[in-house]
Design a protein around this ligand. Structure first.
Ligand SMILES: [Zn+2]
Length: 184
């Protein structure tokens, strides 16, 4: 019902949206610290690198568990939720489905990690700042430094290629031939 101007439910939705935005913004900053990345890294890249599931996905899952458990209690059945039923509530599937969407699938970090999502989540070691730079492209690469105004040109200082990118360092730059052979 509208009291003065916007309806009450509209006000509640706005508050919830603002709260969610603040929490996810905080999560992004924490995830960036965890992966030692540049502050320009996106939410999706930072959380994926940090293996830190988006908190809105976890909150929605917990809300569904709460609702179903309460419904079971009210119907007089066992209050414990059957373990088999949790399959549909797996946060990994929800997260992957979101990342497969048009908005994120083409992003560098997402396209690198998504094909090996489960193996990535099982990683014991945290990513180093170097791996974060290579996977995000946000690092000591001419193209990125040029974009943020730290360099006048995007050329590679090692081999004078026109575009110094993370992919150039990873695949082509002759300065890293020995390291590349070790990696391969
Ligand atoms: Zn080069």
């Amino acid at each position: 019902m509208a009291l003065y101007g916007a309806p009450v439910w509209s006000h509640r939705l706005t508050c919830a949206h603002r709260c969610k935005t603040k929490i996810l913004s905080l999560q992004r900053r924490v995830a960036i610290r965890m992966v030692r990345g540049y502050r320009t890294i996106s939410f999706e890249a930072a959380t994926l690198l940090a293996c830190f599931p988006p908190l809105d996905i976890l909150a929605e899952r917990d809300a569904r568990i709460y609702d179903r458990t309460r419904a079971l209690r009210q119907s007089g059945e066992s209050a414990s939720y059957p373990a088999s039923a949790f399959g549909a509530l797996r946060w990994q599937e929800t997260w992957c489905a979101r990342l497969r969407g048009d908005r994120y699938a083409h992003k560098r970090v997402v396209s690198a990690i998504l094909p090996a999502f489960e193996a990535w989540m099982r990683r014991k070691r945290r990513v180093t700042f170097r791996l974060t730079q290579v996977l995000t492209g946000h690092g000591c690469f001419g193209e990125y430094l040029c974009k943020i105004g730290r360099e006048a040109m995007a050329v590679c200082h090692h081999c004078e290629a026109d575009q110094d990118t993370a992919q150039h360092t990873l695949e082509a730059c002759p300065a890293w031939t020995v390291e590349r052979q070790v990696l391969v």
